[in-house]
Design a protein around this ligand. Structure first.
Ligand code: NOJ
Length: 515
């Protein structure tokens, strides 16, 4: 069995988020898989990423694309086998790339044997999930609402009790307060560590624990509502999630995760609390907890100097911040490979101190594809189509080559691939393409030592943010629509705008100097 890659993680790793269903198919069934990923190691190596985070590969009915595990340790048959996983880990490690898998500890699928046995009150599974009696009038225990817009309680007629779920009813929430689940979670983690993984991305950490008294959430104030993560039309954003999001001791639960993982294993958490995201991240990245939390601030408020400054101001642990712009949960943010924003986004991710999360396809400048209603399978998008977040569009498979199947599959891709000309990896790599820029800017990140840098100081003047990093590096980012002064006559070590350095920062561009 593979072992962890020797040596330690960079302080600020550059992590490539890989959505395996849509990365590379190897057997013609139209669905990406583990042997497929193993075919694309050259691509990953040439990007010089420190690690890949592989979205769920566990067995699952795929109601929510694997974020509904029917097993935490069995590999989904469509993804491959344990041997395939071992070969992939060896292959990635051989290229110096660390491996993270996604762990969805907040909930399972309703098909998970634990839930089936819990419904039947079969010990020791009886209390594995968050069960609650109905109110005397038969209604749900409280007013909690799911992130997907429905009530958070569903009735199970066999147990004659309600169970909690933060997402779909098919994703019952585990009761992580119950000691009964501790050994299970420790075992899940040790199984993956035995398979050689170097880190984990923990799904939905902010919904791990609930108020033990199950109190109603109060209504959100207009300010809280404006800052809530979620589509503005959802009832979810009308509540202040005081009692269903990390009440009190919730963040401390991550100390268990650290205990089970041990030191040296990288732990990344998804932070979903819109109105307190950075404060929660501060708490969840204290010593003995997670390394990094990534919040919804940038997708929620936009990639602006004010957003980033606000995040830095509220953070008491900048290396604990994860920087990201796109993911498998959000619409893609650029118009296509020719959009100058592609370069600005990649530069921003490469040069910020903290963990950088690059979503597959950002290196190609992929635009948000259009899908017809009947093509969409994601339950969240389907519930509000066409007004949903466009999660599934962002999961349209990677175009490796031009033409049918895009080099992704020899069969019919699970989502239609209608990428514009010039979007595929085979058409890129030449000067001026996003792929060439991505390789160059990530190499510059390494050369400049950003992976080990701390933030010594920063200032914001209007749309311009200047960051002084301990590596003897100054990063200047112009988020505005107008050109901005660079503050020096020296040419930068690297800059994001196309063409020669003009002496000033072009709109929506960045530059970096050794100082
Ligand atoms: C966050 C994941 O990124 C998302 O895809 C999923 O639907 C929810 N958590 C539920 O697990």
């Amino acid at each position: 069995m593979p072992e962890q890659l020797p040596g330690r993680w960079p302080k600020n790793p550059l992590i490539y988020e890989l959505y395996p269903r849509s990365f590379q198919d190897s057997d013609g069934d139209g669905i990406g898989d583990l042997p497929g990923i193993a075919r694309r190691l050259d691509h990953l190596e040439a990007l010089a990423v420190d690690a890949v985070w592989i979205c769920p590969i566990n067995a699952s009915p795929w109601v929510d694309g694997g974020y509904d595990p029917s097993s935490y340790t069995d590999i989904h048959p469509k993804m491959g086998t344990e041997d395939d996983f071992a070969a992939l880990v060896d292959g990635l490690h051989g290229r110096g790339i660390r491996v993270m898998v996604d762990l969805v500890l907040n909930h399972t699928s309703e098909k998970h044997p634990w839930f089936v046995k819990s419904v039947a009150r079969e010990d020791p599974y009886t209390d594995y999930y968050v069960w609650h009696d109905a109110k005397p009038d038969g209604s749900a225990p409280n007013n909690w609402i799911t992130r997907f817009g429905r009530p958070a309680w569903s009735w199970n007629h066999k147990r004659e009790q309600y169970y909690l779920h933060n997402y779909m009813a098919e994703q019952p929430a585990l009761d992580l307060r119950c000691d009964c689940t501790d050994d299970e979670m420790a075992n899940v983690i040790s199984t993956w560590l035995d398979r050689g993984v170097d880190g984990f991305r923990f799904d939905a950490v902010t919904t791990y624990l609930y108020d033990p008294q199950f109190r109603d959430n109060p209504p959100a104030t207009p300010e809280e509502r404006a800052k809530m993560d979620g589509e503005p039309f959802l009832p979810y954003v009308r509540q202040n999630h005081l009692h269903d999001f990390l009440p009190g001791d919730g963040a401390a639960y991550t100390e268990n995760l650290r205990k089970w993982c041990g030191e040296g294993i990288f732990m990344l958490g998804e932070i979903g609390t819109g109105n307190q995201s950075i404060e929660v991240t501060n708490s969840i990245t204290k010593p003995g907890r997670l390394d990094t939390g990534y919040t919804v601030d940038i997708p929620q408020y936009g990639l602006e100097a004010a957003t980033v400054a606000d995040m830095l101001e509220r953070s008491d642990n900048v290396p604990g911040l994860g920087w990201w712009i796109e993911s498998h949960d959000r619409a893609r943010q650029v118009e296509g490979p020719d959009d100058p924003m592609v370069r600005f986004h990649l530069f921003f991710l490469a040069m910020m101190p903290g963990t950088a999360l690059v979503y597959q396809g950002q290196e190609l400048g992929l635009p948000q594809p259009h899908l017809e209603e009947e093509e969409v399978t994601d339950p969240y998008d389907r519930a509000f189509w066409p007004d949903g977040p466009g999660r599934e569009n962002a999961r349209v498979p990677m175009p490796w080559e031009a033409g049918d199947g895009g080099g992704f599959t020899t069969g019919t891709p699970w989502l239609p691939m209608r990428w514009p000309e010039g979007a595929s990896a085979a058409e890129q790599g030449g000067e001026g393409t996003p792929l060439a820029f991505a390789r160059a800017v990530f190499a510059a990140r390494r050369d400049l030592g950003i992976g080990e840098a701390a933030l010594d100081g920063w200032t914001r003047e209007g749309d311009v943010l200047t960051l002084d990093l301990s590596a003897g590096v100054r990063v200047v980012l112009n988020f505005g629509e107008d050109a901005a002064e660079a503050g020096t006559d020296d040419a930068p070590a690297f800059h994001s705008a196309a063409g020669e350095w003009s002496g000033a920062l072009a709109p929506k561009s960045g530059a970096v100097w050794r100082v």
